[in-house]
Design a binder for this molecule. Structure first.
Ligand SMILES: Nc1ncnc2c1ncn2[C@@H]1O[C@H](COP(=O)(O)OP(=O)(O)OP(=O)(O)O)[C@@H](O)[C@H]1O
Ligand SMILES: [Mg+2]
Length: 252
C-alpha cells in the first residue's frame, strides 16, 4: 500500500489533555479513507496536522513522501496548494456568483490566463453535475447544490488530496447519499486523487470508504477495509458501530 499521508508517533496535547497519543496512521494514496471516531476524539485535530495548521508536540507528519513537520510558513503556503478542502458549511460568498466563488482558489494560487481559468471553472462545475450555473448566486441554490459548488471550488485547482469535513452532517438522507456518490465519482474520475473524509456516519463509511481509520483515546483502535470492520470482534469497535451507549467505550 503506497501511503499518501503518514503519522509517525504523533503526540498532541492541549494543556494537560492528551488528544493524540503516540498516534501512528497511514492513509493510502488514491483511495477513499474515512476517519471516524466519536466527538472529541481528535478527528479535526488530525486534519489540522495534515494541513500543517497545527504542529505536533512530538512525532513526524509525512505527506507524499515529504516530511512537513518543520515546514516554514512559506513552505506550508506552497504545500497547501496540494489540498482541496470541503468545509462543513459550504462557506460560499453569497455576494459573489457561483463562477466567482469557484474561481477563487485559481486566482489565489495560479498564474493561468483568465480564459483558461474560466474553462477550468466550468469543467469543475460540470464534474459535480452543475453545468451552466456560473452566473447564478448561492442564495438561489438548495443545500445540496451549495455543497456541490463547494466541492467544485475544492477541486478547481486540481488538488492531489481532497479533505471532506463531515460532508453529510445535517443533510437529509437523499442529499447525503448523493454527496457520498459524488465522493466516489470524484475519486474515480480524478486519477490518483486521495480522498479523506471525516464522518460520524458509519453507514456511509461502510458503504463508501475503501479504508477506515477509527480513532479512540488518541490512537488508532482499528484501521482496515469495511469488511475488516464488519468482521471485528473488538468490543469498542462493535460498540461504535452499534451506536449504543452501553459497552466498554469510555466517555469523558
Ligand atoms: N486549539 C485547541 N485548544 C485546546 N483544545 C483543543 C483545541 N483544538 C481541539 N481541542 C480539544 O481536542 C479534543 C479533540 O478535538 P477535535 O475537534 O479534534 O474533536 P473531533 O473528533 O473533531 O470532534 P467532533 O466530532 O465533535 O468534531 C477536544 O477535547 C477539543 O476540545
Ligand atoms: Mg471535528
Amino acid at each position: 500500500m503506497s501511503a499518501a499521508i503518514e503519522f509517525k508517533n504523533i503526540t498532541k496535547k492541549f494543556g494537560s489533555r492528551v488528544v493524540l497519543d503516540h498516534l501512528n496512521l497511514t492513509i493510502p494514496r488514491g483511495k477513499i479513507t474515512f476517519i471516524v471516531g466519536k466527538s472529541g476524539e481528535g478527528k479535526s485535530v488530525t486534519i489540522k496536522h495534515i494541513m500543517g495548521l497545527l504542529k505536533p508536540d512530538d512525532g513526524r507528519v509525512i505527506v507524499n513522501d515529504q516530511d512537513i513537520t518543520d515546514f516554514t510558513h512559506e513552505e506550508l503556503r506552497q504545500y497547501r496548494k496540494n489540498f482541496g478542502m470541503l468545509f462543513q458549511q459550504a462557506a460560499l460568498f453569497d455576494s459573489l456568483t457561483i463562477g466567482q466563488n469557484v474561481i477563487f482558489p485559481l486566482k489565489e494560487h495560479s498564474k493561468m490566463p483568465l480564459a483558461a481559468m474560466l474553462t477550468r471553472v466550468e469543467e469543475s462545475l460540470t464534474q459535480v453535475g452543475l453545468p451552466n450555473m456560473q452566473h447564478r448566486y448561492p442564495t438561489d441554490l438548495s443545500t445540496g447544490e451549495k455543497k456541490r459548488v463547494g466541492l467544485a471550488r475544492a477541486l478547481v485547482a486540481k488538488p492531489a488530496i481532497i479533505l471532506y469535513d463531515e460532508p453529510t452532517t445535517g443533510m437529509d438522507p437523499i442529499v447525503s447519499e448523493m454527496i457520498d456518490e459524488l465522493i466516489v465519482k470524484i475519486n474515480k474520475d480524478i486519477v490518483d486523487i486521495t480522498s479523506v473524509v471525516i464522518s460520524h456516519d458509519l453507514k456511509a463509511a461502510l458503504a463508501t470508504a475503501e479504508y477506515i481509520v477509527f480513532l479512540y483515546q488518541g490512537k488508532v483502535a482499528l484501521a482496515g477495509t469495511p469488511n475488516d470492520f464488519k468482521a471485528s470482534k473488538d468490543g469498542v469497535v462493535r460498540q461504535f458501530f452499534s451506536g449504543k451507549v452501553d459497552g466498554p467505550m469510555e466517555f469523558f
